[in-house]
Design a protein around this ligand. Sequence first.
Ligand code: ADP
Ligand code: ZN
Length: 742
Amino acid sequence: LNMLKADVAVPIPIDTPLTYLIPSELQESIGVGTQVVVPVRNKVVTGVVCDVAPHEGDVAGLKSIREIASAPRFASELMKLARWISEYYIAPIGEVLGAMSPPHPRLRRVYRLLRKPGSLELEIMRASHPEHVCVLEALSGDRPLTLETIRRKTRLKGIARHLGSLEEGGYVSHQVFAGKRRGRRTKSRADSPPVDTELDSGFQLTQEQSEAYEGIAAAIDRGRSATFLLFGVTGSGKTEVYLRSIDHAVKKGRRAVYLVPEIGLTPQIMDRVRRRFGDRCGVLHSRLSSGERYSTWADIQSGRIDVVVGARSAIFAPVENLGVIIVDEEHDASYKQQESPRYNAREVAIVRAKEAGAVVILGSATPTIESYHNAVTGKYRLHELPERISGGDLPAVSVIDMRTTRDESPFSKEAQGSIGASVGREEQILLFLNRRGFSNYVQCRECGIVPRCRNCQVSLTYHLGRKVLRCHYCGYAERGWETCPKCGGTNIEYVGSGTQKVEEYISENFAEVSCVRFDRDSTRRKGSAESLLSDFSNGLVRFLVGTQMVAKGHDFRKVGLVVVVNADVSMNLPDFRAGERTFQILTQVAGRAGRGEVPGKVLIQTFNPDHHSLAHAACHDFKGFYEQEVLMRRDLRYPPFSRLARIVVESRRQESAKRAAEGFVSVAKALRDESIPGLDVMGPSRAPLSKIRNNYRWHLLLKGEERKSLSPFIRRCLRELDSRRLAEAARFSIDIDPQVMM
Ligand code: ADP
Ligand code: ZN
């Protein structure tokens, strides 16, 4: 008897796949990539087959695969990618595959009436099973109904049993659907703009655009992987180059993945893609229901879709014959996933493209120092789009020194004047502040105490609506202070400004014009982000107050004034990328002004007017910024001149976290050898967020010279730590190429 066994990756945090016997009746249909249902401990889960091999010897103690899951199979290209991610980012393969596939939708049974009973039948039924008559009446309308609806209409118990007997009797039938409403997709297609298959929408590419496009098209034709960096301000025509490149690939029978930082916030992009590719494009993002995501996934896999647009995880779309991957706003931090697997979709895109022989196009007005460095050193191909298509000057930027302002208002005198003048000219105004809530923190003026979170080592933020003090890390909330709980003082100060304070200032001073706030608090409900934004784009609202979320890709035509309320929020982060982040965010926000007929003006308020990020952002000078920043990176040996891994050690007990972190450092120092060139171990130290959700946090940083050797070395350290039992009461999180140092 030939027995086969399968290694199955399961979505629980264990490092290796588990082995199961394959029942003989399933042997034909199970291969690498098949999703299967297996028992683990006392649960049943869906896992992915990673390997199939003959089984010799004893079967005792080996469990069997239960069945094949009703979920699509992973292509071998994606299985290979999963293995790379698992190894490079040090994440369990089951977790990686879990992140790659769409969540399983809840299945929905829909019942409909097949045949009405004749009058005699009905008499008999009424006497023997009156419930059945009720159910049939409920179904007598034209539309099929779900089990829940039938239950609600009839108010009967045991509704599944009644439906079962009626089905046996041939009166009703049912179908199973994945997810919620099937009909909605067709509707949203009908809503979409008319398809413009005549691609060239009447204009010729500029000289720079066509050079970039020609290069990309030739690379697609060669079928060998290459990475391009399109460097150009917003409005310089990057999207046009992406779309023509995708079109070129599609005409050659190949497909495309188009990544954007937050698809839910950039409906314009999806409109443009739909106009070009009609029904042949699909969108994947986290705001879709699991059913919607699932059915899009199935459409991609079956080849009905050529162009997939989506956020980070769309890089895993099961697209065959990939020709081009777009990574728009390549610098955006949201491409990096902050929980395991901690992958960066930009890096994954490049690895996937290598395997597929596809071209990657990275695009940004503010590329990462790493990408730009790769471009100037020839690893990527650089194309610049130096000017806005519509002409139009970049907005004039002035930096306002807040050290001289001693005022309760979030705005300097100068900003107040500019806002008033801009309102007078009936322009739209964007007020940017990367901090939600009312104030930065709250303080009793008499005894000086500041309310802090019980679970985290951070101060609480006051929120106006519910009048609560809230922790932005764990969600803990308590009632706002009217008097100080310690000294009974009544002089409570709200120090620093959040978006709510700015909103309040505007509504008090400009009561006659409307203002909306756009941040994580005001956009929690599904659809609210889109409606707030469209109110602003359509000019219904004069002021938009928002966090980072407003900086992403929106095309606001009538914005005459942008005020950065406090540029220091990002500048002061304990992170070697603080300067880069500040430059990016300021440039992006400033780019919201002056996009249309109105010449724009930008004011940046700061307590650090001499910071180099500010100076370069104010004159729209990315290259100047790069030249200065790259020197610092070289001196301190930070990326792109090294590779980093950050290790966070957490425990309920301060002592255990500290000891485990020290244990890691001593193991790393003991194990270092020539297999890991240029290794530098920094730390351990308390993490800047030293306690979150009652977990004490320590961290350390490893620097290495090359990409390849760091991950295997960390694995060796973890194994050694395990065998010496040095880390038992603590949890380790490994972050390769970290983007956050908190
Ligand atoms: P970006 O992606 O860099 O912000 P877009 O591709 O969106 O730039 O271009 C900005 C605007 O200019 C869009 O409305 C686009 O349709 C238009 N556009 C792009 N390229 C050209 C061109 N060569 N000639 C005329 N208009 C163009
Ligand atoms: Zn907290």
